[in-house]
Design a protein around this ligand. Structure first.
Ligand code: CA
Length: 223
């Protein structure tokens, strides 16, 4: 899961980024509204955490521009202003939830999880191929009736493959999806994770679902 955080207060930003990264999320940071808007329009993020008071362009304007472009990325607004009117304006503009500063990390994490769960439920209930299935809502993976434990990176990569069955995914596409911008693109890290994933979801089973496309990347399909 890749999160875009738009927050100009350095302390708050690093508190959120560090905490989410410890929980397995990839987090990109923008420290003003203009940069945040440009990054959000790439639509590669699964969730946007958006401060309202921002330099360059304020958070509500960023939000209305994103929604104007029909982006459906769930948005959690952060603010110190917490009057009922502000909340209503934020929700009317297209925010999915609202969090008033100061907040505890646990509360933020709970909101983030709830938003991602709601969003993935609406996107797709359960993803599957042959006897492999992945439930984005409960974050469970099964193959041949066996529950498979995956790390959060492995889960993110598998979900990406299952949303793109039959499509060849290059190493850099996988990096862009599962790691953040700051990650120094060592593309062989993808091979390492694919090897982990294969060991868990493919090696003990038939048919094999995750295939190497020489010189290009990988594809998930039933041959
Ligand atoms: Ca601010």
């Amino acid at each position: 899961m890749r999160v875009l955080l738009v927050e100009d207060e350095k302390k708050v930003a690093s508190f959120i980024k560090k905490g989410l990264e410890e929980h397995g999320y990839a987090v990109d940071l923008a420290s003003d509204g203009k940069t945040g808007l440009a990054m959000a329009l790439d639509q590669i993020h699964d969730l946007l955490i958006l401060d309202i008071n921002l330099p360059e362009i304020d958070g509500l304007t960023v939000l209305s521009q994103i929604r104007g472009k029909k982006a459906v990325t769930p948005v959690l607004l952060l603010t110190v202003r917490a009057t009922i009117e502000d909340k209503v304006i934020g929700l009317d503009t297209g925010a999915d939830d609202y969090l008033s500063k100061p907040f505890s990390f646990e509360e933020l994490l709970a909101r983030v999880r709830a938003l991602l769960r709601r969003h993935s439920e609406s996107k797709s209930p359960v993803l599957s191929l042959a006897d492999l299935s992945l439930d984005p809502a409960s974050r469970q993976v099964f193959r041949g009736g066996n529950r498979i434990e995956l790390t959060s990176k492995e889960f993110a990569i598998l979900e990406y493959f299952l949303r793109n069955v039959g499509r060849v995914l290059t190493r850099s596409m996988i990096i862009n999806h599962a790691w953040d911008y700051d990650y120094e693109a060592e593309t062989n890290v993808v091979d390492v994770y694919i090897a982990y994933l294969r060991k868990k979801i493919d090696a003990p089973y038939h048919p094999k679902l995750l295939h190497t496309i020489r010189g290009t990347g990988y594809v998930m399909r039933e041959e």
